[in-house]
Every structure is written in structure tokens, then in C-alpha cells.
Ligand binder design. Structure first.
Ligand SMILES: C[S@@+](CC[C@H](N)C(=O)[O-])C[C@H]1O[C@@H](n2cnc3c(N)ncnc32)[C@H](O)[C@@H]1O
Length: 191
């Protein structure tokens, strides 16, 4: 799985196919979590959007201020071409070095990008940079929702660090009652 941590892998994967692949869950399953923590007027940043439909579905569900980033230029171009939702943006950007101003978003969302980054080299540094940047661009009281296939024993060590003054919550969700659980990490920046 170390290839998930390489930018070249993603460019190649998206060059091969310009069709949507949804990691872990479709929007319908994670919708209740978004509704609990995100307001329709919130400015939302999706990190590592890939060619997921989540941003489209969020938009159609009433969340109209969505910025999407991905490190793969290939997928960003594809998503720009397909995008029909006015005001929704796609930009090539590395989540470890965001170019947005501080406190620009009430919510940052992720499905699978933290998991991909942790497969790469220098994961401790990469995760520290990611958390630092996400905290920086969140408004006070803002929320980072991270959907992952990995259990807390391997994720809390990245999120629960003294230098990151957010509260960390964890819950699980399932596609179907007997399906394998996936993990949702909810980080709330102090007001
Ligand atoms: C597992 S896929 C998840 C895609 C999408 N979020 C979904 O749920 O279907 C991980 C995505 O993260 C992107 N990615 C990897 N490293 C990144 C980084 N440092 N900054 C931004 N995006 C990154 C990849 O290009 C890929 O699109």
C-alpha cells in the first residue's frame, strides 16, 4: 500500500480512468455526521477530493461553499471539466502546504486522504504538517472530519498531540449492519 503515499501513483491512476471511484462510503452513509457538525452556510474545504461525488452531493444537499483540493493535477482537471455547480472550486494543492489564508473554513473534510498520506514516506512529518495546516485554516470552533479505514490505535497518535489544541472524538459507521466498521475522527478547534 506504500504506493498510496506517492503522487505519481495518483496521477497515473486518474490518467487511466476518468470515472468516479468512491472510497469507503457514498455520501448517504456519512450525511448524518456532516449534518451534525457542519452548517449549510459553512465554508468547507475537502482535502484530497479525488473523483469522489461527496462534494456534489453535499452541494445538492444545501452546502454551497465548497473548495476541493487534490495533489493530482490530473484529477483536478477532470473534476473541473465535470463540475456544474456554481461556486464550487477545484485546485491542485498539497494539504501539507495550503495556500489559503488562516481561518478561511468552518469545516475541513477528508475521506481516505489521511490514510493515503500515512502510507507514504516520512509519515510522521507529513501528518504533523497536515494537522498544522488544517488547524491553521479552520476558524475557531471549526471542525475537521476525517473518515478512515484505520482504528484509533493507529490514528490518535497523529491527531492527539499536545501541539494540536483541538478536541478529538471518534465514532464508527457501517455501510450495512454486519459490514466492517469504518472510523470517523472529529477534531474540533477551540472557540
Ligand atoms: C484514497 S483517495 C480518496 C479520494 C476521495 N477523497 C474519496 O473519498 O474517494 C486519496 C486522495 O488523496 C490525494 N492526495 C494524496 N496526497 C495528498 C496531499 N498531500 N495533498 C492533497 N491530496 C493528496 C490523492 O491524489 C487521492 O485523490
Amino acid at each position: 500500500m506504500s504506493h498510496y503515499g506517492k503522487i505519481g501513483y495518483w496521477d497515473e491512476r486518474y490518467s487511466e480512468k476518468d470515472t468516479s471511484f468512491e472510497w469507503y462510503f457514498p455520501y448517504s452513509i456519512i450525511r448524518p455526521i456532516f449534518h451534525e457538525y457542519v452548517q449549510p452556510e459553512s465554508r468547507i474545504l475537502q482535502i484530497g477530493c479525488g473523483n469522489s461525488h461527496v462534494a456534489d452531493d453535499l452541494f445538492d444537499d444545501g452546502f454551497h461553499h465548497i473548495s476541493n483540493i487534490d495533489i493530482s493535477e490530473v484529477v483536478v482537471e477532470q473534476m473541473r471539466r465535470h463540475n456544474r455547480r456554481e461556486g464550487m472550486t477545484y485546485e491542485k494543492m498539497d494539504v501539507r502546504h495550503l495556500t489559503y489564508p488562516s481561518e478561511a473554513f468552518e469545516a475541513v473534510i477528508d475521506k481516505g486522504t489521511v490514510d493515503a498520506i500515512v502510507c507514504g514516506e516520512d509519515k510522521d512529518l507529513a501528518m504533523a504538517e497536515l494537522a498544522h495546516e488544517v488547524l491553521r485554516v479552520l476558524t475557531p470552533g471549526g471542525v475537521f472530519i476525517c473518515i478512515s479505514c484505520v482504528e484509533p490505535a493507529y490514528r490518535f497518535k497523529y491527531f492527539q498531540r499536545v501541539e494540536f489544541p483541538w478536541t478529538v472524538r471518534h465514532t464508527t459507521i457501517r455501510k450495512e449492519p454486519n459490514a466492517e466498521p469504518r472510523h470517523v475522527y472529529i477534531m474540533i478547534k477551540p472557540p
